[in-house]
Design a protein around this ligand. Structure first.
Ligand code: HEC
Length: 145
């Protein structure tokens, strides 16, 4: 009976461990999908700025609003304990700095969403700041690919 009890305890511990490992993997997959979406949304606006797609204020605004929403989600998607993927250990060593970079992206994307209402000439430089916010964080917190 005693061995049965300790066996099931070990089983519980194992289930908890696996659950934890799975949750971490889920978070890495979730944030990589969120980052891919950032790339897709940025691509929508890049095409308009380059003149490869007609300027569409509503679509540009929606893309920048989506990036702002993604940016707000960044800290939770990199919760402590979710080390992995292409994120550098620096993320968790300097989480306050990482969060500040995420908030800088949110601010820049909100400004670009507002600029979209003023036309493509206003959107260009505002979107430049968004791209810079992506690059700043990647430089410090992401493995070079
Ligand atoms: C606050 C920091 C931060 C900001 C801001 C940020 N990123 Fe990232 N990004 C990362 C980190 C860290 C990773 C690696 C995540 C991983 O692999 O777990 C990443 C990964 C990516 C990836 C690769 C995803 C994959 O499939 O592996 C793309 C694409 C990307 N980011 C695009 C962007 C774009 C576009 C922006 C701006 C609109 C942006 N990111 C803003 C930190 C950031």
């Amino acid at each position: 009976m005693k061995s049965l009890v300790s066996f099931s305890m070990a089983g519980l511990a194992m289930a908890a461990f696996l659950g934890h490992a799975l949750a971490q993997e889920d978070l890495v997959a979730k944030r990589q999908a969120m980052m891919k979406d950032n790339g897709a949304q940025a691509g929508v606006v890049v095409k308009m700025i380059k003149g490869e797609a007609p300027f569409d204020a509503a679509a540009a605004k929606a893309a920048m609003e989506k990036i702002a929403a993604n940016a707000a989600e960044i800290p939770a998607d990199f919760a402590p304990g979710s080390e992995g993927g292409k994120a550098l250990p620096a993320v968790w060593e300097n989480f306050a700095g990482f969060e500040a970079d995420a908030m800088a992206l949110k601010t820049a994307a909100e400004a670009a969403a507002a600029a979209a209402d003023q036309g493509v000439e206003a959107l260009g430089p505002a979107f430049g700041a968004v791209g810079q916010a992506c690059g700043t964080c990647h430089q410090t917190f992401r493995q070079p690919s």
